[in-house]
Design a protein around this ligand. Structure first.
Ligand code: ATP
Ligand code: MG
Length: 212
C-alpha cells in the first residue's frame, strides 16, 4: 500500500450499480488490507454535523427549499466529512471508497437542476479544498437502460418518469460524460450494462492496476 492513502469515488446515474459494486470492492480490500484499513462513505452524512444537515435536506416538510440552499447544504455536509474523516484517514494511509462525491453534485445540481456545472464545481472546490479522489469509477449506463432497470427493480417509481424527468436524466448523463472528458486521468468510465460480476472484476482490475 502507498505511504499516503488512496481515495476512490464511485459515480454514475441512479441504478448504475454504484452501491452493489462498491460493497463488493470494499469486501475484497477488507480481506486484502484488513477491515480497519478501509473506509466506506455515503453522502450526505458520515459525521454528526453532516448527518444533521442530511436531516434538513431530506425533511419532507422542507418543500420550499431553494435549489442553491440545497447545493450549499450538500457542500457543507461534504466539507465536514472532508475535515473530520477524509483528510485524517488519507493522512493515516487508508483506503477510502465513496459512494458518490463532487461529480454527482455537478451532474445532478449543476446540470439536472440547471444551477450551472461550473458554479457547482467551483462551490465544491471551496468545500473540499483539494481533497479530490485519485480515481473515480464512473459506472456508465445509457439513460434508457437506467429507466428499464428502475422499472424492473423499483416499479413504484416508474410512473413518475414523465417527459421532464427523462430530460433531467439525459442532462445528468451528459454531465457525467463531460466530466469524464474533462478529467481523463481521474475518471475511468466503465460499461455498467455488463453483468454485475463482470463490472466488479473490471473495477477491481482497474484499481489493482493503478495502485497495487
Ligand atoms: N450490472 C448489473 N446488471 C444488472 N443489474 C444490476 C447491475 N448492477 C446492479 N444491478 C441491480 O440494479 C439495482 C440498482 O443497483 P445499485 O443499488 O447498486 O445502484 P446504485 O447506482 O447504487 O443506485 P442509486 O444511485 O439509486 O443508489 C440493484 O437491484 C442491483 O442488484
Ligand atoms: Mg446506491
Amino acid at each position: 500500500m502507498a505511504e499516503k492513502g488512496i481515495f476512490i469515488s464511485f459515480e454514475g446515474p441512479d441504478g448504475a450499480g454504484k452501491t452493489t459494486v462498491m460493497t463488493a470492492v470494499a469486501d475484497y480490500f477488507k480481506q486484502k488490507l484488513g477491515v480497519d484499513q478501509v473506509l466506506e462513505t455515503r453522502e450526505p452524512g458520515g459525521t454528526r454535523i453532516s448527518e444533521q444537515i442530511r436531516d434538513v435536506l431530506f425533511d419532507d416538510q422542507n418543500t420550499n427549499m431553494d435549489p442553491r440552499t440545497e447545493a450549499l447544504l450538500f457542500a457543507a455536509a461534504r466539507r465536514q466529512l472532508v475535515v473530520q474523516k477524509l483528510k485524517p484517514f488519507l493522512a493515516a494511509g487508508k483506503l477510502i471508497l465513496a459512494d458518490r462525491y463532487v461529480d454527482s453534485s455537478v451532474a445532478y445540481q449543476g446540470a439536472g437542476r440547471h444551477l450551472g456545472v461550473d458554479q457547482i464545481w467551483d462551490l465544491n472546490q471551496y468545500a473540499i479544498d483539494g481533497c479530490l479522489p485519485q480515481l473515480t469509477i464512473y459506472l456508465d449506463l445509457p439513460v434508457q437502460v437506467g429507466i428499464e432497470r428502475i422499472a424492473k427493480f423499483r416499479a413504484d417509481q416508474v410512473n413518475r418518469l414523465d417527459k421532464e424527468t427523462l430530460t433531467f436524466h439525459e442532462a445528468v448523463h451528459q454531465a457525467f460524460d463531460q466530466l469524464a472528458t474533462r478529467h481523463p486521468q481521474r475518471i475511468v468510465k466503465i460499461d455498467a450494462t455488463q453483468p454485475k460480476e463482470k463490472v466488479i472484476q473490471t473495477v477491481l482490475k482497474t484499481i489493482n492496476d493503478r495502485f497495487f
